[in-house]
Ligand binder design. Structure first.
Ligand code: DGT
Length: 193
């Protein structure tokens, strides 16, 4: 198989792909992540995952390229990555004591016009915790670089009352779907190095 490129700057996505053990490399997509207002969270993440994968594939047309994007939806609000601690506090205040949905889209592009994509949802319910506990969680710094301002595999799991769906989807890549897309594209996931 041609080389596989993860079109991502995300350390969480890299960690998940490392666990799979396939040879791959990463490349920053370098795309504008703004989308038209009025798109649903699912439409937005799907569009951005394709945009990221296409941007890298244009530079490496013979490669396989995996792109991904994630948003948090709570009520009618859509949350991305917080810019600072105050924004992270506001996001978590919105999520605590509520149920929210993580939407993650992945897109796999390959030689010969291969294009497969999917969007996976995971529903999470958080405990309602007092403000001082929220401040202690913010002190961990886990909010940085995370849509929704928490890390489900880190101290953030102490906020988690219920999770329905693929846990890896929360971390940045729905690995059940990534494996399915790679197998459908003909990847041998246990190829001899
Ligand atoms: N480790 C960890 N990371 C999380 C968690 N929830 C969200 N994230 C991270 C994964 C992604 O890096 C980020 C979602 O934002 P984006 O989809 O815009 O990706 P990002 O800009 O980080 O990287 P990329 O666009 O792939 O270069 O949030 C979590 O529970 N644990």
């Amino acid at each position: 198989m041609s080389e596989l490129i993860l079109a991502s700057t995300s350390s969480a996505r890299r960690a998940l792909m490392d666990g799979l053990g396939l040879p791959y490399r990463t490349e920053a997509p370098g795309v504008d992540e703004h989308v038209a207002a009025g798109l649903s969270a699912e439409e937005a993440v799907r569009m951005l995952a394709v945009r990221k994968a296409r941007a890298v594939q244009e530079r490496h047309p013979d490669a396989w390229v995996l792109g991904a994007d994630q948003l948090v939806e709570v009520g009618h609000e859509v949350l991305g990555k917080p810019q600072d601690r105050d924004a992270a506090r506001a996001q978590l205040q919105r999520l605590l004591g509520q149920t929210h949905v993580i939407h993650t889209a992945v897109c796999l592009l390959g030689p010969g016009g291969h294009h497969s994509e999917t969007v996976e949802d995971t529903r999470l319910t958080f405990f309602a915790v007092p403000p001082e506990e929220l401040e202690r969680y913010l002190d961990t710094g886990e909010w940085e670089g995370c849509a929704g301002s928490y890390r489900v595999e880190g101290r953030g799991q102490a906020l988690l009352q219920k999770l329905e769906g693929d846990r890896t989807n929360v971390q940045g890549l729905p690995m059940l779907s990534v494996v399915r897309l790679l197998r459908q594209a003909g990847f041998d996931l246990f190829a001899r190095p």
